[in-house]
Every structure is written in structure tokens, then in C-alpha cells.
Design a protein around this ligand. Structure first.
Ligand SMILES: Nc1ncnc2c1ncn2[C@@H]1O[C@H](COP(=O)(O)OP(=O)(O)OP(=O)(O)O)[C@@H](O)[C@H]1O
Length: 256
């Protein structure tokens, strides 16, 4: 299996704060990869550098061998990178269906709403997009709530729709920032199964930020651990659990 993402010597500085301090790791194609670390360790900053919201101060990010750091976020999306946000980025008054449809915006040539006259290119495109949106709704088991405004849904379901918005882009690499935060244990189990399906059925590469270390150890093929912006571990779940620096950073957290 090849490397889909290679992070090399990444630095990100905000004034005196080193959000990322010489971080280097790689992610293999098709794997489930987790980024872990205590609060403020730099995990979300890392995803922001990959998706293009933050410009690293130094270092390189290669996606399938191509340097990303000079590319705008929409360019990275068109290369096959999608992101679900920690703080849900949905339109509360719009339905589940329309929010997921909006997720495909970046892939559409003929404009998001092709109007009432479904002719030519717009019509064919519309049909393909509808099919893909339906696939996402089915995959995430959202059929029963497809027409419900997102703002009326409980938080756990909103998180699932947020993941759906990213999945609608049919990415090769999906970045999930705490997709299970605020979920109860059965909702978490369901999301864990869906993440496994993204890997097993869709062959996607998944990057997961998650605080529940039990979930992380069960799901991940490889893990990188950040602490105050520095990378203190990179390896398989077994290696990470034995890593003295990681154990030290997590002292007091029983799960590891
Ligand atoms: N836009 C910004 N401006 C200034 N400082 C920032 C900015 N974004 C992140 N930081 C700082 O960078 C550091 C890393 O933050 P980040 O949100 O990446 O951590 P995290 O590991 O995702 O934390 P959490 O688990 O709490 O979400 C923190 O000290 C944070 O305050």
C-alpha cells in the first residue's frame, strides 16, 4: 500500500504559541489513522493545515506525492480531500437532504440549483448528484429524517449529517474532527461502524480526531500523538500504548 499523505517537518506558529512544532508522519492509502493528544495539542490545527484553512509556517504536506501547502482549500477538495468539522458547519434551517446536497457543491459544473428546466448537461448532472446524495443518506442511515431541518435534530444526528456533507464529496481522504463528540455510547458504536465501512466498503482513507482512546485503539491502523504541538508518538495502537512519552502525557487518563 502506498502513502496517500506525507507530513514532513510541519511548523505552525501563532505569535508565541507553537501549535505544531516539527511534526512528521505519513498515512497509508485506505487506512484508518487517528490523531490524538490532550486538549490544545494541535490536532485541529493539523487538520486545518491539511485542508488549507491554515498555512503552515514551515514544512511540507504531500497528497499522493503532490505538494498541498500552496493550494487553496477548494483545490484540495477537488483533489479528493474532504473534511467534517468539530463544530458542526451545517445550515440549521435546511433539511438533511439539502445539507448533504450542498456538500457536493464543489463537484458541480452547472451550479448548485440548475433551475426548473432540467435540460442537457444540468439535467444529467442533477441525476448523478441526486443518486450520490441518496447513497450517502442510505450509507449513514438517515432515510427517516431526510426532510427534517437539521436544527431540529439532536446533536448526535447533526454530527452524522456533518459527516454526510463531507462524504457527499466522495473523497479519497476524509478528515473527521471528533465525529463522536457529544454522542451516547450506542450512537458512538454506530459511527464507529460507519467509519469502518468507509474503510472496508468504500476504500477511503480516514483521518480521525477522537478523545475516546478505547475507540481509537479499536479502530486505528496507525496513530500519531501530539502534545503541546510536538509529535510524541507515531505507530500502531500496540506501539502507542507502550510508548513511555505517550503514557506520561496521558497520566491520569485510565483508558490507555
Ligand atoms: N487561529 C488561532 N489563533 C491563535 N491560536 C490558535 C489558533 N488556532 C489554534 N491556536 C492555538 O494552537 C494550539 C493548538 O490548538 P488546536 O485547536 O489545534 O488543539 P487541539 O489538539 O485540536 O485541541 P482540542 O482537543 O481542545 O480540540 C492551542 O494553543 C490553540 O490555542
Amino acid at each position: 500500500m502506498g502513502k496517500i499523505l506525507e507530513i514532513e517537518g510541519l511548523h505552525l506558529q501563532f505569535g508565541g504559541v507553537k501549535a505544531l512544532d516539527n511534526v512528521s508522519y505519513y498515512i497509508e492509502e485506505g487506512e484508518i489513522f487517528s490523531l490524538i493528544g490532550p486538549n490544545g495539542a494541535g490536532k485541529t490545527s493539523m487538520l486545518n493545515c491539511i485542508s488549507g484553512l491554515y498555512q503552515p509556517t514551515e514544512g511540507s504536506i504531500l497528497f499522493k506525492g503532490q505538494e498541498l501547502t500552496s493550494l487553496k482549500p477548494y483545490k484540495r477538495t477537488s483533489l479528493g480531500i474532504a473534511r467534517a468539522f468539530q463544530n458542526i458547519a451545517l445550515f440549521a434551517h435546511m433539511s438533511v437532504l439539502d445539507n448533504i446536497k450542498l456538500g457536493r457543491h464543489a463537484l458541480m459544473d452547472s451550479g448548485l440549483f440548475s433551475g426548473g428546466l432540467y435540460v442537457g448537461k444540468a439535467s444529467k448532472e442533477e441525476i448523478v448528484h441526486r443518486e450520490k446524495v441518496e447513497e450517502v443518506i442510505e450509507f449513514l442511515e438517515l432515510q427517516d429524517i431526510r426532510n427534517v431541518p437539521v436544527g431540529k435534530l439532536p446533536y448526535g444526528l447533526q454530527k452524522r449529517v456533518e459527516v454526510g456533507r463531507a462524504l457527499a464529496l466522495e473523497p479519497e481522504l476524509i478528515l473527521l474532527d471528533e465525529p463522536m463528540a457529544g454522542m451516547n455510547s450506542s450512537e458512538k458504536d454506530m459511527m464507529a461502524r460507519m467509519i469502518l465501512d468507509m474503510h472496508e466498503l468504500k476504500g477511503m482513507t480516514v483521518v480521525l480526531i477522537e478523545h475516546d482512546l478505547g475507540v481509537v485503539m479499536n479502530l486505528s491502523h496507525h496513530i500519531a500523538v501530539l502534545d503541546f504541538g510536538k509529535q510524541i508518538g507515531f505507530g500502531t495502537p500496540e506501539e502507542i500504548q507502550k510508548n513511555p512519552a505517550v503514557i506520561k502525557a496521558y497520566i491520569g487518563e485510565e483508558a490507555i
